[in-house]
Design a protein around this ligand. Structure first.
Ligand SMILES: [Zn+2]
Length: 289
């Protein structure tokens, strides 16, 4: 078996194993309070994973893999202009994929027809490793042209793409997980990568908190853009979207139909004119040194 073939076999085992480990740890050392029964929540999100896997295999893979090979053959993209040693080229491709994914994440919140789909990820009422699987197939399909542009503009060869895809899966399982790490460890990790407490702030129902911590891998992009927030304690966070607070809003049927229905104004609770949620300025996060 070649090195590439081993990687293709072992990487999914490592990613699947990481999901199981995080899910087991969530029961032992939960970070935030939980509102739904664990297995109902996880099994529902696994259905999303099935639809997502079908979309990736049938639509994304036939586009991005041949594209990455063609980019390598024809030496297209910014990194090929620099004539770098191969290992450095691969590392920089991964870093730039991570940065351009930051930009895509911001777009999914800012562009109304993209938000309709990304909303399905955010309405989850608990945040755990299985939320990393809860992406509407439509969002994944809509991301294919963006992914193709990333590959062609950066100059991402197939091996860098495969490494990044697996690292990204590990990263999103980790930072969506509801696992309480020792604060000192998480503070150290947060200097470099996105951690559960940081991403928990992005999934808060408070709009000003949702509009922060956009990174998916390295925290440097949020630092660069001034969008990194440490200052919200996890026990004070309610996970979700203000306009969709009810258990009925997250069922499979309603979630799959959500992008195609009339949208509620997401910042307000439905029906009763409650004010926009906010947090008193006095709260201090455990991540703030
Ligand atoms: Zn988001």
């Amino acid at each position: 078996m070649s090195r590439g073939s081993w990687w293709r076999v072992l990487a999914p085992v490592a990613v699947g194993g990481a999901f199981l480990v995080f899910t087991a740890l969530e029961r032992r050392v939960p970070l935030r309070r939980v509102r739904e029964a664990k297995w109902r929540h996880v099994s529902r999100n696994i259905v999303f994973a099935g639809a997502a896997a079908a979309t990736v295999n049938l639509l994304e893979r036939p586009v991005v893999e041949p594209l990455a090979k063609a980019v390598d053959r024809r030496r297209c993209g910014v990194l090929y202009l620099c004539r770098l040693p191969r290992p450095l080229h691969v590392v920089l491709a991964i870093v730039l994929l991570d940065y351009t994914l930051y930009a895509w994440h911001v777009l999914t919140h800012r562009v109304p027809w993209l938000w309709r789909f990304h909303l399905v990820h955010h309405v989850d009422r608990d945040l755990d490793a299985s939320t990393a699987l809860r992406f509407h197939a439509g969002e994944l399909a809509l991301s294919i042209p963006w992914r193709a542009m990333q590959i062609a503009a950066i100059g991402v060869p197939a091996d860098a793409l495969l490494i990044w895809q697996n690292l990204l899966l590990l990263s999103i399982f980790f930072h969506h997980s509801n696992v309480e790490l020792p604060v000192g460890v998480e503070r150290l990790l947060a200097r470099l990568i996105v951690t559960p407490r940081l991403h928990g702030i992005h999934h808060s129902i408070v709009p000003a908190e949702t509009n922060s911590n956009w990174s998916s891998g390295f925290t440097v992009w949020d630092r660069l853009h001034g969008t990194l927030r440490f200052d919200v304690p996890q026990q004070a966070i309610t996970i979700g979207v203000p306009a969709y607070p009810a258990p009925a809003d997250v069922t499979l049927a309603n979630s799959f139909a959500l992008p195609f229905r009339p949208q509620r104004p997401w910042r307000t609770f439905p029906g009763d004119g409650e004010p926009e949620p906010h947090r008193p300025a006095t709260t201090v996060s455990e991540l703030v040194p």
